[in-house]
Design a protein around this ligand. Structure first.
Ligand code: AHR
Length: 506
């Protein structure tokens, strides 16, 4: 029996809705086919955006979308993707499968998609192979409401009003595909480029994201912050609003990208190893966060985990450059664990984007022609949506045991708890064990006796259970009933290999 102790008397930190963000790159079938089918398609669409997909993502409450990459961003020249579609330049997508990119999805289409989704916009700018002028003109094109060459061009292309760019990433993985830069060099470039990410009069200020580390490259974090922080003008916050972090969970061989392991066929040992590697996110946030604390003790700069998730081998027979992989209960658990970790670090983690939205890596949706399925990961994001914008409540799982062995040992249960503006408490817990259910007794610091369960949902199944186009509902979100009222709150029995969401109301 574990005891979940919740302090519902203290509500200092808000969980940024953007922690539940997503990433869409011109890669494989994420944009084309997944999101955008063009307005002449037989697949039902609104202005080219798939209706089934847009509806599913709205139900999931997608808060922010990052685009156009990834590695693609540092090779993207935005002017190729505006104006009449028939005259847009065609190019080879050198990073991803060497296929022809016809630029039919560009700036106007991205903002139309975000309008339909009702989400915030995160544009990743090109620092690696673009110029300061090209980048600053894109900002002008998107956000300037007045007379200027770029604003006129936007109007000529059919959009009178400027759009809102909520976040701008100044380069992507500039330690790798974004230019193979050393941290000092990137940081100097960042300082220069970000100067020209202008906030035009009347437009909403753009939050600037500086390229952060790959996994545990703490040296990168240190050098970049040291170079960006101008100690003579401390109010500048290092010229940034966010610092990114990328971490992918590779199931099998960690340092061999050819042997990542199958998405659906794996042993119990590999299952626990994958979960343990996902749980490493907690250490990454603690350690990068500690360096950030030295420069930004008031936590004004967000740690932006804008690429995370399981990266396995592609599905047999698919283009290796398209990164198409299936999604099982193992993915659901890694998503549940990671989102609980982000919630608990809500004072520092201000946005995160799972990679990637559709048909690429750990997706929430897979498509095949006109067919669409929701993955186990989809249901986790859907179940956890109540945490968005809620106040984090301090929680502790007393009497928790462990799963996995040796270097793969980790907590059996991982939870997070929040309270929304109506006073509803949302508890999400993962049971990472493949064998053992767990009884959990919830103890609230205040008014426990007055709370009732108003909603309880579960995602559970065998470790490799997954949805296919033939059997789309093998793993779904279901009602959970195995709970009872106690004097100080409630208690429940969490089955093995499951994730639950229990909501309590007075
Ligand atoms: O998400 C796939 C790729 O992974 C992205 O393009 C890149 O940023 C990262 O290496």
């Amino acid at each position: 029996m574990a005891k979940l102790i919740i302090n519902n008397e203290q509500k200092d930190v808000t969980i940024a809705p953007e922690i539940y963000g997503h990433f869409s790159e011109h890669l494989g079938r994420c944009i084309y086919e997944g999101l955008y089918v063009g307005d002449h398609s037989d697949i039902p669409n609104v202005n080219g955006m798939r209706t089934d997909v847009v509806e599913a993502l709205k139900e999931m409450k997608l808060p922010v979308l990052r685009w156009p990459g990834g590695c693609f961003a540092d090779e993207y020249h935005w002017m190729d993707g505006i104006g009449p579609k028939e005259s847009r330049k065609k190019m080879i997508n050198t990073h991803w499968g060497g296929v022809v990119e016809d630029n039919s999805f560009g700036t106007h289409e991205f903002f139309e998609l975000c309008r339909q989704l009702g989400c915030k916009t995160y544009i990743n700018l090109n620092l690696g192979s673009g110029t300061v002028r090209e980048m600053s003109e894109w900002i002008e094109y998107m956000t300037f409401n007045g007379v200027s060459p770029m604003a006129e061009l936007r109007k000529k292309n059919g959009h009178e009003e400027p759009w809102t760019v909520d976040y701008a990433g100044v380069g992507n993985e500039n330690w790798g595909c974004g230019g193979n830069m050393r941290p000092q060099h990137y940081a100097d470039e960042y300082r220069r480029y970000q100067t020209y990410v202008r906030n035009y009069a009347g437009s909403q200020p753009i939050a600037k994201i500086c390229c952060g580390a790959n996994i545990n490259d703490y040296e990168w974090t240190k050098v970049v912050l040291d170079t960006c922080f101008d100690h003579t003008r401390p109010k500048e916050h290092g010229h940034m609003d966010g610092l990114s972090l990328h971490y992918y969970t590779l199931p099998e061989v960690e340092d061999d990208w050819e042997k990542k392991g199958s998405a659906t066929v794996f042993t119990e040992d590999i299952f626990y190893q994958t979960l343990r590697r996902g749980y490493f996110m907690d250490e990454l946030i603690n350690r990068h966060g500690a360096i950030m604390d030295e420069y930004d003790p008031d936590k004004k700069i967000g740690l932006i985990v804008d690429e995370w998730g399981i990266w396995s081998d592609v599905e047999p027979g698919t283009n290796p450059g398209f990164l198409y992989q299936q999604n099982t209960m193992r993915d659901a658990l890694v998503a549940g664990i990671t989102l609980n970790i982000f919630n608990k670090h809500a004072d520092r983690v201000k946005m995160a984007c799972i990679a990637q939205l559709i048909n690429v890596l750990q997706s929430v949706i897979l498509t095949d022609g006109e067919k669409m399925i929701k993955t186990p990961t989809y249901y986790i994001f859907h179940m956890y949506r109540h945490h968005q914008g809620a106040s984090l409540l301090k929680s502790d799982m007393a009497g928790n045991s462990t799963v996995g062995s040796g270097v793969n040992e980790m907590p059996k249960l991982i939870e997070s708890v929040s309270e929304d503006q109506e006073g509803i408490i949302t508890i999400t817990v993962t049971n990472n064990s493949l064998e053992a259910a767990e009884d959990v007794e919830v103890k609230l610091a205040k008014d426990g006796a007055f709370y009732q369960v108003c909603e309880a949902r579960i995602v559970t199944g065998k470790m490799d259970a997954h949805n296919t186009f033939e059997n789309p509902d093998v793993v779904t979100e279901e009602d959970f009933t195995d709970y009872r009222k106690t004097e100080s709150g409630i208690s429940f029995k969490l089955p093995a290999c499951s994730i639950i969401c229990i909501r309590l109301k007075k």
